[in-house]
Design a protein around this ligand. Structure first.
Ligand SMILES: NC(=O)c1ccc[n+]([C@@H]2O[C@H](COP(=O)([O-])OP(=O)(O)OC[C@H]3O[C@@H](n4cnc5c(N)ncnc54)[C@H](O)[C@@H]3O)[C@@H](O)[C@H]2O)c1
Length: 454
């Protein structure tokens, strides 16, 4: 028993010793492992430091900045954001495809002009009837064209086929206010031209033709541009001389309802020659006679548009007075030829640009009735105040100095114009239908839904 106890004590002592040895060994091994791990880390840090030293300090600063900008984002948020971005991109592609199909990207082919021959040309009133045809001509010839228009009687649609072209610019501007541009030539056409339009706001008509013309002449003086003033046969008033040559001084009622236009244009001419004499501005003055063609105003109250519209709608064709008063009408492309020729010439006195072939109003009514067909009747109404009785240009100056005379026969021009008016009437019918449909849909939709549908 005694022996057994001793042996047991010895065994316990032995076990304790073994445990101590194992514990000591484990501690020693761990320290070794940690030491080697730390060594490894130190080597890595050293390596990183070495490679950082090779990077430019600016690059390190940038990386740190970027790191600061990135907010802390959960993985789920990132996935959600990616999905949303993809959805928005798809939507954008669909909208782009739709816009591309609507906006024609194929502009008419324009001539290439080198910088010496290419001019920067301002056309005031370029969104109007005559102006838009002139813009077409100048653009096709390869020039840079700026249109300044307040859209009183002009329409963006008249020049929309050039919007986006690198040579074209459309500026919404009222020329009664100054305009600062760098240009080589100015075609100054801005002014209402038909009696209902220019009598609608007579004071504004006078301002446009006087203050507006001063602004254009001032601009021409500042930049050394040549300026062409669109004057009118109305400066002859109700003429005593027939046909009217440029030397005729006119017979204008200065206080009648048309005076705002007639006298406005007369002052515009006076201003032009004052700027020429006093300031050395290079001016050209075109006295334009009645002109017609596509893009003329449907409701401008002038003979051609009135008669065509009445005939197309089978309404009575109305003549004011006995129909014996005469008019001579030129087609718009002939006028544009004349304006461009005058601008390019060295001739500085006023030049009549019109078609000398004279027709009575009665004859016009019958020609249009025949061309359109239909069931319209020709009826006579009371004469209009200050309505000139005769109007026919003497174009010998234009022939001599510009080598210009009209080429398009009246019947051909009328055919083109009737075709244009027919299309416009159909458009009006469609837009009225569209308006009705839009109104019906409007009750169901708000603006956001409509835009979303695009
Ligand atoms: N069409 C003709 O038969 C005829 C005859 C004689 C003279 N003219 C002259 O030719 C020019 C063009 O006539 P049109 O038949 O094309 O007329 P239009 O009415 O179609 O065009 C005139 C343009 O001038 C713009 N305009 C008017 N006031 C303006 C202002 N204050 N600022 C900026 N823009 C303004 C209008 O918005 C329009 O685009 C006019 O000066 C007119 O007096 C025309």
């Amino acid at each position: 028993m005694f022996l057994t106890q001793r042996k047991m004590k010895q065994a316990a002592f032995f076990i304790v010793c073994v445990l101590l040895v194992i514990g000591f060994y484990k501690g020693w091994a761990k320290t070794e492992e940690e030491q080697s791990f730390n060594d490894k880390r130190l080597r890595q840090i050293k390596q990183n430091e070495d490679s950082l030293n090779e990077i430019e300090p600016e690059a390190i600063e940038k990386m740190m900045e970027m790191d600061n900008d990135v907010p802390y984002i959960e993985i789920n948020d990132l996935q959600e954001a990616n999905t949303r971005i993809r959805e928005l991109e798809d939507k954008l592609h669909r909208i782009e495809a739709k816009i591309e199909s609507r906006v024609p990207k194929n502009f008419p082919t324009v001539k290439f002009l080198n910088y010496k021959n290419r001019k920067r040309i301002l056309v005031t009133g370029g969104a109007g009837f005559v102006g838009s045809h002139l813009v077409d001509r100048l653009m096709l010839a390869g020039h840079e064209v700026i249109v300044a228009d307040n859209f009183f009687t002009g329409r963006k649609r008249n020049v929309e086929h050039w919007v986006g072209h690198e040579n074209f610019e459309l500026v919404h501007h009222d020329i009664v206010r100054p305009l600062y541009l760098e240009v080589d030539e100015i075609y100054h056409l801005a002014s209402p031209a038909s009696p209902p339009h220019y009598m609608h706001n007579p004071v504004k008509t006078i301002k446009t033709n006087t203050v507006g013309t001063i602004n254009m002449l001032g601009l021409a003086k500042r930049v050394g541009a040549r300026v062409l003033i669109a004057s009118t046969s109305e400066v002859y008033g109700d003429p005593d001389e027939h046909p009217q040559s440029e030397t005729y001084w006119g017979h204008v009622n200065p206080i009648g309802p048309r005076a705002c236009y007639d006298e406005g244009k007369r002052v515009a001419e006076t201003l032009s020659y004052a700027y020429m004499r006093q300031e050395g501005v290079s001016v050209r003055v075109a006295r334009i006679f009645n002109t017609f063609g596509p893009r003329m105003h449907m409701n401008d109250g002038r003979v051609v548009s009135n008669f065509i519209l009445q005939a197309l709608q089978n309404d009575s064709i109305t003549i004011y007075g006995n129909g014996k008063q005469t008019r001579s009408f030129q087609y718009v492309s002939d006028l544009v030829d004349g304006l461009v020729a005058l601008m390019g010439s060295n001739y500085t006195l006023p030049v009549n640009i019109g078609n000398p072939i004279e027709h009575t109003i009665e004859e016009f009514a019958s020609m249009i009735k025949e061309l359109v067909g239909g069931t319209s009747k020709i009826v006579e109404l009371a004469a209009v105040e200050d309505d000139p009785q005769r109007r026919k240009p003497d174009i010998s100056r234009a022939k001599k100095y510009l080598d210009w005379e009209p080429k398009v026969p009246l019947s051909e021009g009328l055919e083109q114009t009737v075709a244009y008016f027919r299309k416009e009437l159909q458009r009006t019918k469609h837009s009225q239908k569209d308006e009705f449909e839009t109104k019906t849909k409007a009750s169901l939709k708000n603006d956001h839904d409509i835009i979303e549908q695009l």
